[in-house]
Design a protein around this ligand. Structure first.
Ligand code: SF4
Length: 233
């Protein structure tokens, strides 16, 4: 049966299962991925920190922040000057203000009981679609779907779709990403996909020779460059 973009369900499942298997031995370890920190509060803080900032830069700041402020209450009731000082190494003043505003608003509305609920999360200061989907993905059994330029690049290359410009907003990508992400292991699938995009299907020079998806013979990008190099011989 054909689903979206002419791709059938078995092919989507194959893509997901290969990435999950690759992730078993390649997923990166970050503090916000530890089970003890997979709460709506901690995941939201990590994702707000990760906006426009590399994970390696976020790692020490997140660890320090969550050690000092292990609960929403402890962050919301903290001295604002101290809170901002902990966030200072991240840079981006607007982001620091967003995080402070997020903890204060979330605590004022829900105390220590912030839930992984899409509408609630989207109503919080600084929380957009990506952060709210990440909280759903990484903290609960609800399905969340992460779509950013990296995810769109991998899907576009593999399934032969134009991923230029604002492709992440196009319905084709959104439907495709959502259908692939239908799994009981939503968190590990997305961790694997994000790490795969960063280390194998990189923006510049994808590492196709080490790619576990290459052996399916279905990667449109790889088939195109292989065919071009064969013709040039
Ligand atoms: Fe990306 Fe290359 Fe793998 Fe295709 S074969 S998914 S282009 S790394």
């Amino acid at each position: 049966m054909t689903t979206v973009a002419g791709v059938n369900g078995a092919t989507l499942e194959e893509f997901r299962e290969i990435l999950l298997a690759w992730g078993e031995t390649h997923r990166r370890i970050y503090p916000w991925r530890e089970l003890q920190f997979r709460t709506p509060y901690a995941v939201a803080i990590a994702e707000l920190m990760l906006r426009r900032t590399r994970a390696d830069q976020v790692r020490p700041v997140f660890s320090d922040f969550i050690r000092r402020y292990p609960t929403l209450e402890s962050a919301a009731c903290a001295d604002e000057f101290n809170l901002k000082a902990v966030l200072h190494p991240l840079g981006l003043t607007w982001r620091i203000e967003n995080i402070v505003s997020f903890v204060k608003t979330a605590y004022a509305r829900f105390g220590n009981d912030l839930q992984a609920d899409r509408d609630i999360l989207l109503s919080m200061p600084g929380v957009g679609e990506y952060v709210s989907e990440a909280v759903l993905c990484f903290t609960s059994t609800q399905q969340g779907v992460l779509i950013d330029t990296n995810v769109v690049r991998v899907l576009g290359r593999y399934f032969g779709l134009d991923y230029s410009g604002e492709a992440r907003r196009r319905k084709t990508f959104r439907t495709l990403a959502r259908e692939i992400a239908i799994t009981n292991d939503c968190a590990n699938y997305h961790y694997s996909l994000l790490d795969f995009a960063a280390s194998i299907c990189r923006a510049k020079s994808p590492y196709c020779e080490a790619c576990p998806l290459q052996s399916t013979g279905r990667c449109s990008y790889y088939l195109t460059i292989k065919s071009a190099s064969t013709k040039s011989l």
